[in-house]
Design a protein around this ligand. Structure first.
Ligand SMILES: Cc1cc2nc3c(=O)[nH]c(=O)nc-3n(C[C@H](O)[C@H](O)[C@H](O)COP(=O)(O)OP(=O)(O)OC[C@H]3O[C@@H](n4cnc5c(N)ncnc54)[C@H](O)[C@@H]3O)c2cc1C
Ligand code: FES
Ligand code: FES
Length: 490
């Protein structure tokens, strides 16, 4: 049984473990305002807002793709759909602005776009800040419209605040109105429950012991595609998103003396963003290009690592930074370097019944540079064809601690050991980088697929190394043009 608030009213419903929020809304509750376009998180037609209590008990809403959000994750949450916004004839500012700016033609994408604008509007109320082009693009980057064109929609976003503030009263009152009862621990303890929602590490371990073959789910932005695209059925699902310890970000010092943060596996990209913006520019920039706002609101670092996709975005960065993993399972906890985690295509060192508890992100070292470049067909909401993440220090004119990791070049996210050796201890000059580019052919035999041919991948990886060389040379000179001319002269 799932208990939640739907547009300000308590709602209780049954659902199978693999039911999505979209199926629950449309098929069970008859709320058909939320549309299904792709059922894979790509188009945004199914966007809804999910509210959770913020730091001061107030409700904070985030946008989510209902098609790939497990219905059981609504338990104890506050769901807002497009049907909930207008109060009789009074439109919500997001709706009024869309009407005034002619932001809709066939209307299929419109409920999703209105819900993305609604969450943007709510966020602006909590953290008023200028609506920069970046913020606007982030808010709408996960919504496709094939007939209106984006200018009127962008105009609607920019003019929302000029419309009367007609917000449903229950949006604020909801924080005092608890959904009937989440009872996650009771569910976790219930052997027969198919969707287990532990809230502590101890309860998670217990669930893992009882159901070592259960599928773990965090943001579901990968896992749920198995249900919507391949019609998979799950006997038992263990939801890690409510486990308190998996949501922590802790400062720590490792036995080898390195300091950093243990980032709980269930920390979402949206939560991680401020930390990366403060400490790792290049990683933060990558995050802005990972999926859409809806995906970043729910997708987790732990899910990205555990999913072990060769084109997952964060593993190459974490490999370049020398990250470690803390795993938890029936035998207790163990740690291992991320270097030892990826074994083969989608095969990892996780044992049956084990979960990732946390990912160690080292503090930036003095003098260390991190560069991350993602190549994809579209800038917004697209998976990498090739991704290069490069870390190094310059010491007395030579490169030290060189770690070069790539995505899209092998069956797993992988470091380029031969190219690293070609650069380690060398000045970052043309000869060293020429050797490193040649060494890449010993590191990788990439494959051809829809995202790029093997030839494209080989060439791109080599070009990313050349870009690295140019970026080092540019940092050394006032004239980037001179560096380019010098490069072309060779
Ligand atoms: C539209 C769209 C765009 C996307 N764009 C990108 C992109 O640009 N770059 C990119 O890298 N990815 C992208 N993804 C993929 C996905 O969003 C990420 O891989 C995300 O980080 C997965 O995290 P999650 O929490 O949703 O994982 P889930 O889907 O919940 O889980 C993924 C896998 O990890 C396992 N798992 C989850 N948590 C744990 C844990 N704590 N311990 C052990 N196993 C666990 C699950 O069992 C499952 O096998 C995209 C997905 C969609 C739908
Ligand atoms: S239906 Fe396309 S994102 Fe959900
Ligand atoms: S109005 Fe038709 S898809 Fe956007």
């Amino acid at each position: 049984m799932i208990d939640f608030m739907l547009n300000g009213r308590p709602c209780r419903s049954e659902a199978t473990p693999e039911t999505s929020v979209l199926e629950l809304l449309r098929d069970t509750l008859g709320a058909t305002g939320t549309k299904e376009g792709c059922a894979s998180g790509d188009c945004g037609a199914c966007t809804v807002a999910i509210g959770e209590p913020g730091p001061n008990g107030e409700l904070r809403y985030h946008s989510a793709n209902a098609c790939i959000t497990p219905a059981h994750q609504l338990n104890g949450r506050y769901l807002v759909t497009v049907e909930g916004l207008a109060q009789g004839e009074k439109l919500h500012p997001a709706q009024a602005a869309m009407v005034a700016c002619h932001g809709s033609q066939c209307g299929f994408c419109t409920p999703g776009i209105v819900m993305s604008l609604f969450t943007l509007h709510e966020q602006q109320r909590h953290t008023p800040a200028p609506l920069t082009p970046q913020r606007l693009e982030a808010a709408l980057g996960g919504n496709l419209c094939r007939c209106t064109g984006y200018r009127p929609i962008r105009d609607a976003a920019l003019s929302m605040n000029q419309h009367p503030e007609n917000r449903p009263l229950w949006l604020d009152a909801a924080a005092e109105t608890q959904p009937a009862e989440p009872k996650n621990e009771a569910k976790a303890a219930d052997n027969d429950a198919a969707f287990l929602q532990p809230t502590t590490l101890a309860a998670l371990t217990d669930c893992l012991k009882r159901h070592p073959k259960a599928r773990l789910v965090a943001g579901a932005t990968d896992l749920w595609l198995e249900s919507t695209q391949r019609l998979a059925r799950f006997e038992h699902v263990i939801d890690v998103t409510r486990v308190a310890e998996l949501n922590d970000i802790d400062d720590a010092t490792l036995a080898d003396g390195r300091s950093g943060w243990w980032i709980g596996a269930a920390v979402t990209y949206s939560r991680l963003e401020p930390l990366l913006e403060a400490h790792y520019d290049a990683f933060a920039h990558l995050l802005h290009r990972l999926g859409s706002q809806q995906v970043r609101n729910r997708g987790t670092l732990g899910g990205n690592v555990a999913n072990a996709s060769p084109i997952g975005d964060t593993p190459p960065v974490l490999l370049a930074l020398g990250s470690r993993l803390r795993l938890v399972g029936p035998e207790g906890e163990r740690e291992l370097p991320l270097d030892d985690f990826f074994l083969d295509y989608k095969r990892t060192a996780l044992r049956e019944g084990e979960a990732i508890r946390a990912i160690f992100l080292p503090h930036p070292e003095a003098g260390q540079t991190l560069k991350v470049w993602k190549l994809s067909k579209r800038r917004e909401d697209d998976i990498s064809a090739v991704l290069g993440a490069f870390a190094y220090r310059l010491e007395n004119g030579v490169m030290r601690d060189v770690r070069l990791a790539f995505g899209g070049m092998a069956a797993i996210p992988k470091r380029a050991a031969n190219a690293e050796a070609a650069l380690e201890g060398k000045a970052p000059d043309l000869a060293a980088f020429q050797a490193a580019r040649e060494a890449l052919s010993n590191d990788f035999q990439p494959m051809s697929d829809v995202r790029g041919s093997a030839h494209y991948r080989r060439l791109s990886a080599a070009n990313l190394l050349e870009r690295l060389r140019l970026s080092i040379a540019q940092a050394d000179t006032d004239s980037p043009r001179e560096v380019m001319l010098h490069a072309y002269a060779h």
